[in-house]
Design a protein around this ligand. Structure first.
Ligand code: SF4
Ligand code: SF4
Length: 319
């Protein structure tokens, strides 16, 4: 049984299916809550083609889910990724891709900006700073330069103007992020002046003290202080916008969760009789949306990262 002082959160209607295609990534960043890395190969940690088809079947059956949000790892490395995007767009869904920019340098991935443009994808791209040292320290040597090259290729395909290009910031250490609007202005000025890059908006995300980031904080002796900071910065105004209220998270093994953080914490979505729900259950249900709405959101102490200060979700600040 979960014990936490975090308040209960009520579910609203499900508007987004977030699909985590797996832990395989070309990077292994310090703050990664998914523990993604190039080592994560194989069916146990990456979605199969048949699960991708089930996700598309679920979208086809649930018109209230208007958005497919594809994440990973680097989801583009999954062989079924382009099929998923193409078919979801044919179903009329808005498609977000959590894109780390450097994956464009992997074999057969150089045309990703063109593929995204052709399919009207919204690109969410991690760039935790506009200075190379900070990015390379957090994400690996050479990542800043490769990210700038990736952004230039996206700009050349109309991202940042005709197509949405959302940059994602997270702090380097155990601190709350600065105000989103102020930081967005600084990013806009620096990226344009130094690199000629334009973007649509900046999403500011608070680091989750779980998995790789938690282990790093523990090694440095900062984990408990950071957890206390998050709990002490609780802001009730952020509760309304929490992503778990309007999203459903599908993991690479077919299990369902309230969000990508509960997904890595193994806090499964459960029906009101206590059994775990999978995508197969939703596909068998007469009204899949109803089954999800009846399931309580599993909150735990890590949830304080979503409600600290201005709040945080996969889409940025909440208040
Ligand atoms: S690029 Fe994203 S998924 Fe890959 S290791 Fe870094 S934070 Fe994790
Ligand atoms: S961690 Fe997940 S369940 Fe907890 S508040 Fe954030 S979005 Fe909701």
């Amino acid at each position: 049984m979960i014990r936490t002082t975090f308040p209960p959160v009520s579910r609203a209607s499900i508007e987004t299916l977030q699909f985590n295609l797996g832990r395989l990534c070309n990077q292994a960043c310090l703050h990664c809550h998914v523990d993604a890395s190039p080592k994560a190969k194989g069916a146990l940690e990456n979605a199969s083609a048949s699960l991708v088809q089930q996700a598309l079947d679920l979208l086809a059956r649930t018109p209230e889910i208007g958005t497919l949000d594809i994440t990973g790892g680097a989801p583009e490395l999954n062989p079924a990724f382009r099929y998923l995007v193409t078919e979801a767009r044919k179903l009329g869904r808005r498609v977000f891709v959590r894109h780390n920019l450097t994956v464009q340098q992997e074999p057969c991935q150089a045309d990703l900006p063109q593929f995204f443009a052709e399919h009207g994808v919204t690109a969410f791209c991690s760039l935790p700073c506009y200075s190379s040292n900070n990015v390379d320290n957090q994400r690996g040597a050479g990542v800043f330069e490769a990210s700038i090259a990736g952004l230039r290729r996206l700009n050349a395909q109309g991202f940042g103007q005709a197509h949405d290009l959302i940059l994602v910031f997270n702090p380097a250490g155990p601190n709350l992020p600065p105000p989103q609007a102020v930081l967005e202005d600084a990013y806009r000025e620096e990226l344009l002046a130094e690199h000629g890059i334009v973007f649509t908006s900046l999403a500011v995300i608070t680091n989750m003290p779980i998995h790789r980031f938690a282990r790093d904080l523990e090694r440095r002796g900062h984990l408990e202080d950071y957890r206390e900071l998050l709990a002490a910065s609780f802001n009730a105004d952020t509760l309304e916008g929490l992503m778990c209220r309007r999203a459903l998270s599908l993991r690479w093994d077919g299990r369902l969760f309230d969000c990508d953080f509960n997904l890595v914490q193994d806090l499964a979505l459960r029906a009101d009789d206590g059994r775990e729900l999978t995508i197969a259950d939703l596909l068998q249900a007469e009204q899949p949306g109803e089954l999800v709405r009846e399931a309580a959101i599993a909150v735990d102490s890590h949830c304080f990262a979503c409600t600290a200060g201005c709040g945080s979700s996969c889409g940025g600040a909440l208040a």
